[in-house]
Ligand binder design. Structure first.
Ligand code: C5P
Length: 398
C-alpha cells in the first residue's frame, strides 16, 4: 500500500522537525512518492535541502511559487496525494488546522485535499496538555483526522513529559491503516503467528529452531496494507514490529497458545506461520543446570506441546497453516490440511525456506489441486497468500 502511494509530508516548526527527515527517508524507502511541505518556522530548524536530497523532489515552501503554467498552486498538490501527514505538528499548526486557516501552504493543502490527514504532534508537555491544544486536537479527531499522540519521555526543554513525536513506526502504522481503509480486507480481523518458539531447559537455556519470523511478518504487514486489523503473535525474532500491526511477543509454545487463543476471540482468520516446537522439556530446571565432574550425558525429558492450529476452531474461523517438510512434502501437507481443519496450507521445503528471504511454495486447499508457485521472495509470497485469503473470505473459489 505504501509502495507507490503519493504522500505529502508537512513539516512544521518544532525541534522534532529533524526527526521528520528520518520519517521521510523511511517513507521513500518503502516506495512512497513523498512531497515535502515546510513552513517558514520548520526551515529555521532544518533546511529544505535535506528533504530535497531524500526525496529528489523540490520541497514546497511557498504558496505562491506553486502557481506555474502547469500547476494550479496548492490545488494541484492537494489533488494528487493519497494522504497528508503533518509531522511534527506544533501547537500552533494544530490550532491553525482546527480553525481551518489557509494563510500558509500546509493549511491550504489540508483544506483543499480529500486525502486523509494524519497529525503527529510534538511539543513541550505544558503546551500539549494545555486545554486550548487539547480542545483543538479533539476537534480534529472529531473531524476524522488521525491523531498519532505524542509519547512520554525526555523533551527538548530537558523536562520529562508527554510531548515527544510518536515513533516513526506509529506514524507509518497510521498511514498503513488509512491507505488500507478501503482495501479488500477492510473490517477483517486476522491473527498471524511468526517465528520459532523457545522451550526453556533452565533459566538460561532453551530448545529453539532456525525460524527468522520473516514469512509471518511479511504476511502480517501485507494483510494490514489491505485493510485488515492484524494481531501478530511472535516468537523471539530480530525483526522490528511491523508498523500498523499489533505485535505481541511471546517465548514458548504454551505462551503462544494462550495468546493466540485470547487474540483470536472473534477473528475471521488465523494464519499460523510460526515454527512451533512440538515438544518442550517436561520440567525446566529452576536453577542453571551445572555439569558434574565425569558427567558425559544429560537427559532432558520432553513432552508434547498442544497443537495450536488444530485446537483452535469455531464457526467462521478460516485457518491457514504452513508445512515445512524435508520429505513427502505434498502428502504430508495434505494430511495436515485435513487433520487440522484448514482452508489452506502453504507447503515448502524446510531446509531451503527457513532462514532464506525466498521460498518455493505449493498452496494446497481441500477442494483444489496443489498449486505450485515459482521461487519467490517472501514479500511476494505474502502478497499471493493475502490474495488467496481475500478470495476465501469472499467465499469465492477461483
Ligand atoms: O504438524 P506440523 O507442526 O508440521 O504443522 C505445521 C503447522 O501447524 C504450522 O502452521 C504451525 O504453525 C502449526 N503448529 C501449531 N502448533 C504446534 C505445532 C504446529 O499450531 N504445536
Amino acid at each position: 500500500m505504501i509502495a507507490g502511494s503519493r504522500i505529502a509530508l508537512a513539516v512544521t516548526g518544532g525541534i522534532a522537525a529533524y526527526k521528520a527527515a528520518d520519517l521521510c527517508s523511511r517513507l521513500v524507502q518503502s516506495g512512497a512518492e513523498v512531497e515535502v511541505i515546510m513552513t517558514a518556522a520548520a526551515q529555521r530548524f532544518i533546511t529544505p535541502l535535506t528533504f530535497n536530497a531524500i526525496t529528489r523532489r523540490t520541497v514546497h515552501t511557498d504558496s505562491w511559487a506553486e502557481w506555474t503554467s502547469d500547476a494550479a498552486g496548492h490545488v494541484s498538490l492537494a489533488s494528487r496525494i493519497d494522504a497528508l501527514i503533518v509531522a511534527p505538528a506544533t501547537a500552533d499548526s494544530i490550532a491553525r488546522l482546527a480553525q481551518g486557516r489557509a494563510d500558509d501552504l500546509v493549511g491550504l493543502v489540508a483544506l483543499s485535499t480529500e486525502a486523509p490527514l494524519i497529525v503527529a504532534p510534538a511539543m513541550e508537555h505544558h503546551m500539549w496538555r494545555h486545554p486550548a491544544t487539547q480542545a483543538n486536537a479533539t476537534l480534529l479527531r472529531e473531524r476524522g483526522v488521525i491523531l498519532v499522540d505524542p509519547e512520554h519521555g525526555r523533551l527538548a526543554s530537558g523536562a520529562t513529559g508527554e510531548g515527544r513525536l510518536a515513533d516513526h513506526s506509529r506514524i507509518i502504522g497510521a498511514l498503513r491503516q488509512v491507505l488500507g481503509a478501503h482495501g479488500v480486507l477492510a473490517g477483517r480481523s486476522i491473527v498471524v503467528t511468526a517465528g520459532g518458539t523457545h522451550e526453556a531447559i533452565d533459566p538460561v537455556r532453551f530448545i529453539g529452531n532456525r525460524s527468522t519470523g520473516q514469512m509471518g511478518y511479511e504476511i502480517a504487514a501485507t494483510l494490514a496494507d489491505r485493510g485488515a486489523s492484524v494481531t501478530l503473535v511472535s516468537g523471539p525474532t530480530a525483526l522490528p514490529d511491523p508498523p500498523g500491526v499489533e505485535t505481541i511477543r511471546i517465548e514458548s509454545a504454551a505462551e503462544m497458545f494462550e495468546t493466540v487463543q485470547r487474540a483470536t476471540g472473534a477473528a475471521d482468520v488465523l494464519v499460523m506461520a510460526a515454527a512451533v516446537a512440538d515438544f518442550r522439556p517436561a520440567a525446566p530446571a529452576t536453577g542453571k543446570i551445572k555439569k558434574q565432574p565425569g558427567q558425559e550425558t544429560l537427559d532432558i525429558h520432553l513432552v508434547r506441546n498442544p497443537d495450536i492450529l488444530a485446537s483452535i476452531a469455531y464457526p467462521g474461523l478460516l485457518k491457514i497453516g504452513f508445512a515445512a517438510e524435508t520429505e513427502d512434502l505434498i502428502a504430508n501437507a495434505q494430511r495436515k490440511l485435513r487433520d487440522k481443519g484448514l482452508a489452506m496450507i502453504i507447503a515448502n521445503d524446510a531446509v531451503a525456506t527457513i532462514g532464506s528471504p525466498d521460498s518455493q511454495a505449493t498452496m494446497l486447499r481441500p477442494d483444489a489441486p496443489p498449486h505450485q508457485l515459482p521461487l519467490l521472495p517472501k514479500t511476494e509470497l505474502a502478497g499471493l497468500i493475502a490474495d488467496e485469503i481475500a478470495v476465501l473470505l469472499a467465499g469465492i473459489r477461483s
